[in-house]
Design a protein around this ligand. Structure first.
Ligand SMILES: Cc1cc2nc3c(=O)[nH]c(=O)nc-3n(C[C@H](O)[C@H](O)[C@H](O)COP(=O)(O)OP(=O)(O)OC[C@H]3O[C@@H](n4cnc5c(N)ncnc54)[C@H](O)[C@@H]3O)c2cc1C
Ligand SMILES: Cc1cc2nc3c(=O)[nH]c(=O)nc-3n(C[C@H](O)[C@H](O)[C@H](O)COP(=O)(O)O)c2cc1C
Ligand code: SF4
Length: 654
């Protein structure tokens, strides 16, 4: 019997049939070429289609001149988009996968620009957007008609390009959701007021799309089941909207997400980080499904096929969207179908290389799978190397593990040595921070990759240069990582401990603690939370503009909110200069003025890292090839460590 009997049944949506219940929902990729689908985007989606996905919904595409940023968003505003979309559809269809487009207008959440100047953001009414700090212009009535036509024309182009359907983004507090929302739509014309009036814009859009497309072209909407924000649309109102659209008979499906971009509380649900529980949108989808006759789709932190199966089997939704878990593992669906669950490289909800890259307008990738977004650069990475080599990898952190796994997969004879009893390196510390246990999945997944590739692993062995020379491998990969950086400060009489020892539970602290955070990353936030939860009075003094300044903003904002609840005081712009028995001394990084924090029992140093290069320095003159990767070259993050590992392994015997 199949492991997941409900996931691999076909589903009819409109007049088409999708081969299974797992889809790849819409997401901006920054892989487009001047607003169009080109080879990079096609390779990206074809990898997921080949990986078994039943349906791909392309990224939000712009269709109107008031929102036309071709460096950032796919454009379907003119017929020039058709050839690229056609090539994409052909590539995806080759694997039996269906493909829809998505039509998107940001409304008042519009900060994009091609030249640095601020554009005019439109919304139904002049209700400000808190997160973007924008007071929008009310959409003039004459423009409403223009908008409606532009949605219709865009759908026609998608249809002509051979896409199977199109989703209208009516979710997350963007333009159409603002029309639906009585707190954001204060209009007194026929587009505001009663629920029916507020739905008019969406209904006219759907009608225009129907009028300009073939009868078999699928049309549906994406909606937030709960915007989860003050002034956001709530579940009862959303259900009423879905019931009304279903009764109209005008849409073929509803795709349910949560959240809204207008506030920080709502925004985190658009890209839910690991702090948000898996599958939490499913009950909202179930509420909508109860009032619908048409299929209901859902997405939001569904990272395991077991959970997807439960959602479909339990009737909460008909189809399950998996974005980041397919960014992390393009073969997610095929592995689920063949029961290879342990082989799935599960997404750990870190939001780093996917959301983080996209929001900074870099191509999406994954810290665990750097091949994502680089499909054309690493097209045949599984192909065996021309010449097999004997490879020694020193260091079992993410860099060494990835290098060893890929090198072994490519046919080299690989042994990985780790001085600790356990693989993972600093990941073992990272996963010990409060709320960060899922980060440990990085090490678990890499350990599985090592196993599958057949790399040999020796734990508990401290490798020296002499031992390497005696063994004489063809290639040495040094991945010896980093250690805490301890700055020279005057701290006579002060009780000073270091962050790693606090995380390991090896350091005692007094009741009043200052965490001096130089890097503005996960470590300062995590140590502050750990100590606050242990009952300490904590001040987090950061040498940055804000705590968590250098990590992905949704992760940061969620964490800062947590610290606020715990009563942690946060002091930005703070350069550590010293400490004595009761006082920690800082200097304001912008003014140079002193900042004194008094009544301090313990100063915790979270001052970043320094490379562990002892072995690298001792390997000069080695006759074989020596490569150094990850933090031992320069202390950075797990993303660069894993990517370095991939690149080094690809270089061997190429
Ligand atoms: C608390 C904490 C939280 C973090 N959170 C994040 C996060 O959320 N996201 C992120 O991207 N990054 C995070 N990082 C940083 C990230 O973990 C590191 O950048 C990454 O682990 C570096 O990988 P690496 O393989 O280069 O080195 P390491 O992880 O340091 O691994 C090096 C390994 O080499 C071994 N070794 C060293 N010398 C020898 C030798 N001579 N013989 C045998 N073995 C040896 C060490 O024991 C160690 O296991 C965090 C770091 C810390 C400390
Ligand atoms: C990088 C990235 C970009 C996204 N862009 C869009 C978008 O253009 N339109 C949209 O409806 N949702 C977008 N989303 C939200 C996803 O469709 C999805 O709802 C969200 O990632 C939660 O699903 P997951 O937990 O399976 O990743 C984006 C998500 C990510 C990760
Ligand atoms: S970068 Fe992190 S959140 Fe994004 S897909 Fe990879 S594991 Fe998941």
């Amino acid at each position: 019997m199949a492991t997941y009997p409900h996931l691999f049944r076909p589903l009819g949506i409109g007049r088409i049939e999708v081969k299974n219940r797992l889809f790849f929902p819409s997401h901006g990729t920054s892989l487009i070429e001047q607003g169009h689908a080109g080879p990079n985007l096609i390779a990206y989606h074809e990898a997921r289609a080949a990986g078994g996905s039943g349906l791909i919904i392309l990224e939000g595409s712009a269709m109107h001149s008031s929102f036309d940023y071709r460096s950032r968003y796919l454009s379907v505003a003119d017929d020039d988009c058709i050839p690229g979309l056609r090539d994409l559809a052909v590539a995806v269809h080759r694997h039996g996968c269906k493909v829809f487009g998505q039509l998107f207008h940001a409304g008042r959440g519009l900060r994009a620009s091609e030249d640095g100047s601020r554009p005019v953001a439109y919304a139904p009414s002049e209700v400000p957007d808190e997160r973007y700090g924008i007071v929008p212009a009310p959409l003039p009535k004459r423009m409403v008609r223009d908008f409606v036509d532009s949605y219709g024309d865009a759908a026609r182009r998608m249809n002509e390009a051979g896409l199977d359907g199109c989703e209208v983004l009516a979710s997350m507090g963007y333009l159409i959701a603002l029309f639906l929302n009585p707190a954001a739509n204060l209009r007194t014309d026929r587009y505001g007021g009663s629920p029916g009036n507020r739905m008019r814009f969406l209904r006219e859009i759907i009608r225009a799309m129907r009028a300009k497309t073939d009868p078999g072209f699928v049309i549906g909407i994406r909606i937030s089941g709960d915007e989860m924000a003050p002034g956001g649309l709530e579940p009862d109102a959303v259900r009423a909207i879905c019931r009304a659209l279903d009764a109209d008979g005008s849409i073929d499906f509803v795709n349910v997400i949560a959240g809204s971009v207008g506030t920080m509380e709502g925004w985190k649900h658009v890209f839910p980080p690991m702090a948000v529980p898996p599958g939490y949108v499913a009950p909202l989808a179930a509420g909508i499904k109860a009032v619908m006759t048409k299929p209901v789709l859902v997405a939001g932190r569904i990272t395991q096929p077991q959970l997807a199966e439960l959602i479909v089997a339990g009737g909460q939704a008909d189809m399950v969207g998996v974005v980041r878990a397919q960014i992390a593992d393009p073969e997610f669906v095929n592995k689920a179908r063949s029961g290879r669950i342990d082989d799935i490289r599960a997404c750990i909800g870190c939001n780093q290389a996917c959301v983080g890259h996209r929001l900074a307008m870099y191509p999406v990738s994954c810290i665990q799978h750097p091949e994502t977004g680089r499909e054309r650069r690493f097209p045949h990475r599984k192909a065996r190397a021309a010449t097999a080599r004997r490879v020694m990898v020193v260091g079992g952190g993410p860099a060494g593990m990835k290098a060893a796994a890929i090198a072994a997969e490519r046919g080299h004879d690989v042994t990985l040595y780790e001085r600790a009893g356990q693989l993972g390196g600093q990941v073992l510390l990272a996963q010990a921070l409060p709320g960060r246990a899922e980060f440990g999945g990085l090490a678990t997944n890499l350990a599985r990759e090592l196993d599958l590739a057949g790399a040999k692993v020796v734990r508990g062995r401290d490798v020296t240069a002499e031992a390497i020379r005696a063994d004489g491998p063809d290639v040495v990969i040094l991945a010896t990582g980093a250690l805490p950086r301890l700055p020279a400060i005057a701290a006579e009489g002060a009780h000073v401990v270091e962050a790693w020892s606090v995380i390991r539970g090896e350091a005692n602290t007094g009741g009043s603690v200052v965490v001096a955070d130089w890097r503005g990353d996960w470590i300062g936030l995590g140590v502050a939370e750990k100590l606050a939860r242990a009952g300490c009075r904590v001040t987090l003094a950061v040498n940055a503009v804000a705590a968590g300044m250098y990590i992905q903003e949704i992760v940061r904002d969620t964490w800062v909110g947590e610290l606020h609840k715990l009563g942690v005081a946060m002091v930005p712009y703070a350069r550590l200069v010293g400490a004595d028995r009761t006082t920690a001394y800082f200097q304001h990084t912008a003014s140079g003025e002193p900042i004194l924090i008094e009544g301090v029992d313990t100063l915790v140093l979270a001052q970043g890292h320094r490379r562990e290069s002892t072995l690298a320095d001792a390997m000069n003159g080695y006759p074989g090839k020596v490569m150094a990767i990850g933090d031992c070259v320069s202390p950075r993050t797990a993303e660069e460590a894993v990517f370095d590992g991939l690149k080094a392994a690809m270089e061997i015997g190429a």
